[in-house]
Design a protein around this ligand. Sequence first.
Ligand code: G3P
Length: 198
Amino acid sequence: LPYYVAAAVLGYMLGAIPFGLVITKLSGLGDIRSIGSGNIGATNVLRTGRKDLAAATLLLDGGKGTAAALLGAYYGPDVMLVMAFAAFFGHLFPVWLKFNGGKGVATFLGVMLGVAWPIGVFAILCWLAVAFTLRYSSLSALVAAAASPVVAWFIVGPDVAGLAAMMAVLVFIRHHQNIARLLKGEEPKIGKKKPEDG
Ligand code: G3P
């Protein structure tokens, strides 16, 4: 049990680092939460016009998920699942931001890469396929998140599928405003600025 508690706490701490916010602040761009959708993720960092910072946000938010999974895997498959989910949870609900974190897409992809890399690669390819054809970051994320648990179920097994499903549900909940905008045809395409909310 102490392993699980330690894994949960460590995973959470890692996941709760809001890289998008830190990177944009350090670069003198002000508070990313007052720009575009207000989200702290790579998609919104891209709305500042800084592709380099968006890429860094994507890699670090994803990387912390991968790191948590790999670190946990060292202590066994169950510790890996706990630590991976804790990192994802920490990204969405970081204590430092009064539990108002990101939407979890980069961290979802990073976690899947660390937990079961073929599913991670599949999820990234899903994201890219939708992003290149339809150009909505949020829709790409929703498709990737929804497909991952299904594919994980058949290729890996129920544990990884369960983890992917729990994260996918949270990704959908976090995207409720994006979903509403998509349905109204008001969601901005990748790289376009967006006036309010998130
Ligand atoms: O990665 C989050 C993305 O799916 C949506 O971000 O800023 O457009 O709400 P945003």
